[in-house]
Design a protein around this ligand. Structure first.
Ligand code: NAP
Length: 472
């Protein structure tokens, strides 16, 4: 039997230290105030894990490893430098797809060359039972992560429509495919290459099938769910490669991603099962809400009007959304908040859990602009306050304020909690045009309310003009 030589004690210790640093990193990332420290812990943990692995494993020659690191490092560095903040979600989806693909490739390599991976049994000719299960699971989760993430990337990048694609009988097809994968993994001890190939192919297909029916408002949950899958794929790879650090890291990513998905589902009023089952419970008739723009009357305001109304207010609640990120209006928005506070106006920021295009998107931008944390409130903590608010200043947000989520059963965002901006005395709504819609592609009744004033234009420019008017 090809036993894996026990790792020296210092290696286990180094992996343990890196595991503890990853846990501290997650803890740090739970609050904006400690997130930088959390990131540093994560970087230190990863450095220790990578160096330990390189020093102890004879995977390839040092020059080969250095060339691979250089190629990957340059691609990663250039991509991260060039990517706009608004394109982050698709970048994350693309990275998840690479983790999935890596897990598939590792499993294929181990299957083709079991001796090199120390997974042969006592006979020296057959792959160990336990390794087969690990490889079967690794390749299945990896392939699902890969194809699912590719579809998520295409949807988030706008190459594929955001609307759910509902295949007839999809639940039967999905359940049948999943059941077939489970049976094939169970049968994998028979060690026929056909079984292995069938697991890979079916897993690629199910990843694709699970994500195409998910659209609009459910994409954030999908991104965090694929994040979780990529973690489990990495953990499975860790078992095949006998690497403790990878098992720990994969399990941490897998479980924290699963918890995040659960939190997002609760915030979105969706059932966890319905999302992971792929559009389960979504209305087959579908798109709802209607894209056709109605010719209803609406009021247009100017920057001067907005400056006047907010200057007179006792409380202004700012609701940022994706458009604030697009125009990078957060800095001038904080300036506007400072000016209002100097006038004695109470200023608060209301954050919807799926505002923007990635979890925590708005919190990151506001923190970057040094908005004090105690002025930033989550939906459940601020929603009841809109009825006592003079001005709700909606900047580049749309879906997260749309009352159709409460009233229109056919709407793709039906059931999602919203920020009740309509309850404020006045709503100032910043967006570029009446034609533009939010991510879910639906019209918003708030535009046409008597107490709403539309401020049409680029968010940053509009706030700059408001600030100028305030200064006069
Ligand atoms: P949204 O519904 O996508 O609306 C964005 C608004 O910003 C639009 O009304 C758009 O109208 C406006 N806008 C865009 N660029 C602008 C600019 N330069 N200046 C001024 N306005 C601009 O955004 P949201 O309310 O933040 O809702 C987020 C949506 O994204 C939800 O449906 C959510 O489910 C989905 N989503 C979220 C995540 C996540 O993790 N947070 C991930 C994926 C998807 P104009 O075009 O007329 O300007």
């Amino acid at each position: 039997m090809h036993e894996v030589a026990a790792a020296p004690a210092w290696v286990s210790l180094a992996y343990l230290v890196s595991g503890v640093l990853f846990i501290l990193a997650l803890r740090g990332l739970s609050s904006p105030a400690s997130s930088r420290r959390g990131n540093r812990f994560g970087m230190a943990g990863m450095l220790i894990a990578v160096v330990t692995t390189l020093v102890t494993h004879e995977i390839a020659s040092l020059p080969e490893i250095l060339i691979a690191i250089a190629i990957g490092g340059v691609i990663g560095f250039v991509t991260a430098k060039k990517i706009a903040m608004t394109d982050m979600p698709q970048l994350v989806a693309a990275f998840h797809s690479l983790v999935g693909l890596a897990a598939v490739l590792v499993a294929i390599a181990a299957y083709m060359n079991p001796e090199a991976f120390h997974v042969l049994d006592a006979t020296g000719t057959d792959i160990l039972q336990v390794s087969r299960i690990e490889m079967g699971l690794g390749v299945a989760i990896g392939a699902i992560t890969f194809s699912g993430s590719v579809i998520a990337f295409l949807k988030l990048n706008g190459n594929m429509g955001g609307k759910p694609i509902m295949l007839p009988g999809r639940h039967i097809i999905n359940l049948g495919t999943l059941a077939a994968i489970v049976v094939l993994v169970g049968l994998f001890h028979l060690n026929t290459p056909e079984l292995f190939i069938a697991i890979v192919v079916l897993s690629f297909i199910i990843g694709f099938l699970l994500i195409i029916p998910i659209g609009g408002a459910d994409m954030p949950v999908v991104v965090s769910m694929l994040n979780s899958y990529s973690g489990w794929a990495a953990a499975a790879m860790g078992f095949t490669l006998h690497n403790t650090a990878m098992i720990i890291t994969g399990a941490l990513v897998g479980s924290s991603g699963a918890i995040l998905s659960y939190i997002m589902c609760r915030a979105m009023n969706r059932s966890f099962i319905s999302v992971i089952a792929g559009g389960f419970g979504a209305d087959d008739a579908g798109s709802g809400g209607g894209e056709a723009k109605e010719q209803r009357p609406w009021k247009r305001g100017s920057a001067e009007d907005a400056a006047f109304l907010m200057g007179q207010a006792e409380q202004v609640v700012i609701v940022p959304g994706y458009g604030m990120a697009v125009s990078q209006a957060q800095h001038v928005l904080r300036e506007m908040g400072d000016l209002l506070k100097a006038e004695g106006v109470k200023v608060k920021y209301a954050i919807h859990p799926v505002a923007g295009r990635m979890p925590g998107h708005m919190n990151v931008l506001l923190a970057e602009a040094n908005v004090p944390y105690d002025e930033v409130f989550e939906l459940e903590d601020i929603n009841s306050e809109f009825s006592q608010t003079d001005v709700a200043f909606v900047i580049g947000a749309n879906d997260v304020t749309n009352p159709a989520a409460k009233t229109d059963k056919t709407s793709p965002i039906y059931g999602m909690p919203i920020l009740d901006v309509a309850n404020a005395k006045t709503v100032l709504f910043v967006k570029r045009s009446m034609g533009g819609v939010g991510y879910a592609g639906v019209d918003n009744d708030v535009f046409y309310m008597d107490n709403t004033m539309m401020l049409l234009g680029d968010a940053k420019k509009m706030v700059e003009e408001i600030v100028k008017s305030m200064a006069h």
